[in-house]
Design a protein around this ligand. Sequence first.
Ligand code: HEC
Ligand code: HEC
Length: 228
Amino acid sequence: MIAKLLPSLRTSLLLAAGLGALLSPLAGHADERGKEIYGPCAACHGEFGQGGKKGEYPRIAGQQAKYMESQLKAFQKRIRVNIPMVPYTEERELSHEDMKIVSEYVAGIELPTAIPTFKDTDDALTRLQAMEKVMIVPREPGDVEAGKAIYQKQCAACHGKTAKGRGMFPRLVGQYSQYLKRQVDLYLKGDRPHDEETTQGVLNTLKPEEIQNIMAYVTALQEEVNKQ
Ligand code: HEC
Ligand code: HEC
């Protein structure tokens, strides 16, 4: 019996050691793993995380990693209701570890925000692919100065002075306005929790035109942020 078990035990040990050796270099390639997990997400969020359909699918490239991870968990627990993403965030599809890896991968994707200058040698495909990545959200109408005043007073503390977000606070600059406005509506209706105590209050005190002015400011800010 023991004699029979021993070789198999040795095989398992060898296998385990072999796997360990295989896995350790992979740990250094979290990016590759991230890209792999991201595969099915691209159908909606685009190959480079640039989103699509004018904000039906949000841009997630360059979004804050910690924030995205928290959102994926919220989708999984149905705290934030997102019907299209439900099958992709089920436990068996996406473990918490994978959520972290994919969030970090997506956060690290930088999208150019200016039309690239091409070399004469660049072929049509190279040009097309480069253009697909360019992310410029159109300017929103509204009073930019008024929007700036409200934004800097009431939103900047969490979303950052240039609206790039930080940690658990999402980036707003460079995001589709349609998407942002839809989120504000969801918060106001109480369908999505904005922030535990303080923030729903912040959004609740704003008139629709003030929200529009904030959008005008955030889309104008884009150009400023891009120059940095
Ligand atoms: C079938 C389409 C679809 C697929 C596939 C999909 N998503 Fe989404 N995702 C959406 C939609 C739609 C929203 C916005 C929902 C809303 O308006 O509240 C969203 C929102 C998000 C958000 C929140 C963005 C923010 O700014 O709050 C993150 C993060 C995200 N998706 C990541 C992923 C990842 C990672 C995957 C792959 C594992 C994925 N999504 C797959 C449709 C999809
Ligand atoms: C006290 C901190 C705080 C302040 C102040 C604040 N927010 Fe937020 N905001 C958050 C947090 C946290 C989230 C993410 C909530 C979640 O988990 O869904 C968020 C999410 C958002 C989103 C959704 C982003 C996305 O990608 O889905 C919008 C839009 C938004 N806030 C707008 C505003 C505006 C406009 C103001 C100022 C009037 C503001 N917030 C002030 C903390 C804050």
